[in-house]
Ligand binder design. Structure first.
Ligand code: GDP
Ligand code: MG
Length: 295
């Protein structure tokens, strides 16, 4: 399956080289698209340098900070134009652990959208402050209850879309930029009658660089949910009720890691094909402790 991992970046030069190294360790043949908003820390130039040695790395430069939502829309259009079959959303800050990539690939065979979920059994946010847990957790419950959707983690940004799912949406109609973007995409996919699957992830907070979350982004998500609910109430008379397709997956088996003993700026194809189980891979920055296996 031809896959593209879209990573929007704003000041992620500290994180990106090791993240790409991790990605190619778990999905050696994937392509990666960085959508950089002219990061002042030189992320764009760094990626240009890595690109010279690894043709699986692609980049789109935008003139300034235009928001996460439009970065993904730009990336989705690129993916459709270049015929990718499975298209990922992923953050640059290590919150989204590349170890889960093979589980997403397996899940997308049976789904139209796979969401890495913090709020199902096996998912977690271990090093978040109480405040951040409260904001994210209650925001998700609010969106789910108000919009009447079954998805537990509708703000999660570690996702995989089947190409046909993106084709079925009017991408130009999507106006949300921050967390609202993830809620809006989830809602639109469900309303199309497409199947959304949640797979558990442990979401680790960023260690390097700064979060771009703001009050404005949270307010946008709140307003989107309220506006969408009102619009759906007004239109209810004309619409048959949609039965949403949704499934929660259990924890999967530990993935095999292809040991990428080279930096990310070299072709993954020359990686040493040494494998090790995740349980033994303590050298990786992506180690997740105590994840039970399924027999
Ligand atoms: N291109 C682009 N990327 C962004 C923008 N805002 C955030 N990002 C990236 O989106 C991802 C998630 O942002 P982050 O600050 O970690 O948000 P948080 O996880 O909610 O704190 C990271 O890879 C950021 O670099 C933006 O305006 N433009
Ligand atoms: Mg983050």
């Amino acid at each position: 399956m031809k896959t593209l991992i879209i990573i929007p970046t704003y000041n992620e030069a500290e994180n990106l080289p090791s993240l790409l190294h991790g990605i190619f360790s778990y999905l050696p043949h994937t392509d990666v698209l960085i959508v950089d908003d002219n990061s002042p820390d030189g992320t764009g130039q760094l990626v240009e340098d890595m690109r010279k040695q690894n043709q699986q790395i692609h980049i789109l430069h935008r003139p300034g900070k235009l928001g996460l939502g439009t970065a993904y829309i730009t990336g989705f259009k690129y993916a459709l134009l270049h015929n990718y079959a499975a298209i990922f959303e992923m953050d640059a800050d290590f919150s989204h652990d590349p170890q889960y990539l093979p589980a997403f690939i397996a899940a997308i065979e049976e789904a139209d959208l796979v969401i890495g979920s913090r709020y199902i059994p096996g998912g977690n946010t271990p090093n978040w402050s109480l405040l951040r847990r409260l904001i994210s957790g209650s925001g998700n419950i609010f969106a789910r209850e108000v919009l009447h959707i079954p998805v537990r983690d509708c703000t999660g940004g570690f996702r995989c879309y089947r190409r046909q799912t993106l084709e079925a949406l009017d991408l130009d109609a999507i106006k949300s930029r921050g967390y609202a973007f993830q809620i809006e995409m989830t809602y639109r996919v469900l309303r199309q009658g497409l199947k959304v699957v949640e797979t558990p992830i442990i979401f680790v907070d960023r260690r390097l660089g700064q979060s771009k979350m703001s009050r404005k982004i949270m307010l946008e998500a709140f307003t989107y949910v309220i506006k969408t609910r009102i619009a759906s109430l007004l239109m209810r008379r004309n619409r048959a009720r949609i039965a949403y397709h949704h499934k929660i997956l259990p924890l999967g088996p530990l993935p095999q890691r292809i040991e990428a003993s080279i930096p990310a700026n070299q072709p993954a194809s020359i990686n040493k094909q040494k494998t090790e189980t995740r349980a033994n891979s303590r050298s990786t920055p992506f180690h997740i402790p105590n994840r039970p296996t399924r027999s």
